[in-house]
Design a protein around this ligand. Structure first.
Ligand code: GLY
Length: 351
């Protein structure tokens, strides 16, 4: 087992992100170094748990923890309040207390839900993230945003609750469906465009770089952003590059278009909107890399349809919408504008 790479986050809680290729069976020891023997309530899904549930459970039990697990159906449709309530029911039945732990074993859906359950159960208990998708590894497992979807929109009910530990074995990414792996690359591309031109250059061509190093770089960028703006009042908004339009596409498609695919399309729309707004035109630069990763660039929805969904998005404040627009490769700006102007710009670019 490799020695872990350690990235420490100093937010409202200080915690480590341990990257350890081939290290899943070391989760128990890593937890033991930080927590006294206690109960650990694992939340996972029916794709991930059959693959890694036993390794994680055995490792935790060997390290002296008592494990209870709750498995949900894989996919965004599971990210509901009802499923959080059911998981909390499992914790109540197992008599999980405030000194016990939640552990998220899975991708972004499981991580967001487990984190939210940990944030509200008994007014908050600590939790561990064990991300098993690229998207969760580079983005959602770090930074303490937890949430579920409700019918009015994605992630509309949630809480900031930082994990106590993030433990990543990059080997778990090797079992991902190619589409799910590609989804994660949408977030990797995002980091390059918003804050790191060197990263953008490194990842420009798929399959030509060391994935572990790229993951560590993305996590470090996210760490830096979270440390500066944990509660998303300013520059953390940059992490939403492609997401305002992407969430609308995801929602309008009834979630048949995946998050990564929607964000990829959203980044292209943001580049076009930026150019229409008068910023340098980054459309080709964004489209090129997104295309090279095999993403579909088209948006099957009209400006009006997108607008209605964007209006219900939580990023809107008092009639204004803040868009993340690219100014150059490695630099994006947060541009607040009236919602109606966003509609006009979407119409102008031909949506
Ligand atoms: N995924 C965006 C954020 O953590 O702020």
């Amino acid at each position: 087992m490799e020695t872990p790479t350690r990235i420490t986050v100093h937010a409202s809680g200080t915690y480590d992100i341990l990257l350890r290729k081939g290290g899943l069976s070391g989760i128990g020891q890593a937890a033991k170094e930080q927590f006294k023997p206690c109960k650990i309530a694992i939340l996972s899904d029916d794709k991930v748990f059959p693959l890694y549930g036993k390794t994680v459970t055995d490792s935790l039990e060997k390290a002296g923890f008592t494990v209870v697990s709750h498995v949900i159906e894989n996919g965004e449709q599971s990210k509901t309040l009802d499923n959080v309530t059911a998981f909390i029911g499992t914790m109540v039945q197992a008599q999980v207390t405030r000194t016990d732990l939640v552990l998220a074993l899975g991708g972004g859906v499981v991580g967001d839900m487990a984190g939210f359950a940990a944030a509200i159960y008994l007014r908050g208990i600590p939790f561990i993230q064990v991300p098993t998708t690229l998207l969760a590894a580079v983005d959602s497992s770090v930074g303490g945003k937890t949430a579920v979807d409700i019918s009015a929109g994605k992630n509309l009910v949630g809480a900031f609750h930082q994990p106590a530990l993030v433990y990543l074995d990059t080997d778990t990414l090797s079992t991902l469906d190619p589409d799910v792996l590609r989804d994660g690359f949408a977030e990797v591309i995002k980091y390059g465009f918003i804050l790191d031109s060197e990263l953008a250059q490194v990842i420009a061509k798929p399959g030509t770089f060391d994935l572990e190093q790229v993951i560590a770089r993305c996590i470090s960028i996210k760490r830096d952003v979270v440390e500066q703006d944990e509660f998303d009042r300013g520059m953390r908004g940059l992490l939403n590059f492609g997401h305002t339009f992407g969430h609308a596409i995801e929602k309008l498609s009834g979630f048949t278009i995946s998050h990564g695919s929607a964000v990829a399309r959203g980044m292209v729309i943001a580049a076009k909107v930026g150019a229409a707004y008068g910023l340098p035109d980054l459309t080709e630069a964004v489209s090129q890399v997104v295309r090279d990763y095999g993403f579909d660039l088209s948006c099957p929805f009209s400006a009006e349809q997108m607008y209605q969904v964007i209006l219900s998005d939580k990023k809107r404040s008092a009639g204004d919408i803040t868009l993340v627009l690219p100014e150059s490769v490695g630099h994006c700006i947060l541009q607040k504008m009236p919602a109606t102007q966003v509609l006009e710009l979407m119409k102008k670019i031909g949506l």
